[in-house]
Ligand binder design. Sequence first.
Ligand code: FAD
Length: 383
Amino acid sequence: MIQRHFDYLVVGAGLFGSVFSHEVMGQGKSCLVIDKRPYVAGNIYTSKVRGIHVHEFGAHIFHTSDREVWDYINQFAQFNHFVNSPMAVYKEEIYNLPFNMNTFSRLWGIKTPNEAKAKVGSQVVSLPGGKEASNLEQQALALVGRDIYEKLIKGYTEKQWGRDCVELPAFIIKRIPLRYTYDNNYFTDPYQGIPVDGYTAIVDKLLEGAKVLLGTDYRNFCKEQEQCREQGKDCFSWDKVLYTGMIDEYFDFCLGNLAYRSLRFEKEDMPEVDNFQGNAVINYTEREIPYTRIIEHKHFQFGEGEGTVITREYPADWEPGMEPYYPVNDEANNQLFAKYQKLAQKEKNVLFGGRLGQYRYYDMDKVIKAALLMAQEEIRSTV
Ligand code: FAD
């Protein structure tokens, strides 16, 4: 007999929804998981092309300083020892990121930390009378000086936000870490790597035991089930919902739209090319080049796979219907989100989670942590 009643309807088969499902199923609960996309894993979805795991929604590097989360995710995957060391191209020049002694040495031909500090010190532009920066350009110039700002920050940031740095608020860049060591490892977390079988395989494992319906939008699904019920047909039912879609969409945008930045990914399959750029991630910091970075996926797995696949990443304004990648957590949007949260608290038997349900930029480790906490809370409250 087909199971029709579930303890949870989980909307979204991304990382949050799948970790939550796995945990509650481990406590004997049943989950019906739906996703409007035709595949599981949400934004960490990886497809496979000639042995290359393609990060379809941008480079995803797992990194964390949380031992518990690291041990948790390692139950579902084996990780390689990839270390993120992106490069930046500005015109004909190529630099190491994050800003470190390799970058400074290439910029100024210097060798020692003292020389680099002196150079930065001579270039920073302090504001008269200790005044606060009134835009991002002033802020960046005060923090790192002209060369780093103009070659490595200005054009990239302007492409990311679609606005000139002088029109962007200073708070976007609170601090710009400068590393006075020859260390190209982007992250400082003790645990870092890429799952050797790709991210989708992790989500497949997390969702074992769940009933998964893909290509299924929440609103339409609810309507269909309602109609089924009215017609006395067999239909799905559930006690509680975990919603990991956009919180404003759940409430039919009744208080207005939350703002996002979007991205466009242009994938190019190059079966005849062995090695296109020699690194997994290269940022393009000139404003005149429309994309912000090129990912060459095979370098996440040390060159495994035949040919190569690259993806150019273009920042884009978000409009309804586009994928909302980055929440714009400015004051106005945070206030609007707080109002939606108040509505959410009044909803009976509905939980909101994940980057869209909580309107927050979340790295994967933070998503896992939050989903584990929510599942524990659920288990506690239903015992
Ligand atoms: P999602 O993955 O978005 O899952 C939500 C799911 O809900 C989606 O599958 C969606 O289709 C579905 N859904 C939404 N609405 C509905 C509906 N109405 N009906 C049915 N289904 C619905 N993190 C890192 O740790 N390291 C990185 O290097 C990193 N790089 C990133 C790069 C980019 C470009 C971006 C945008 C993010 C990056 N992240 C990274 C963050 C990472 O992608 C997120 O932490 C993670 O994907 C969030 O999982 P989620 O389940 O909250 O959301």
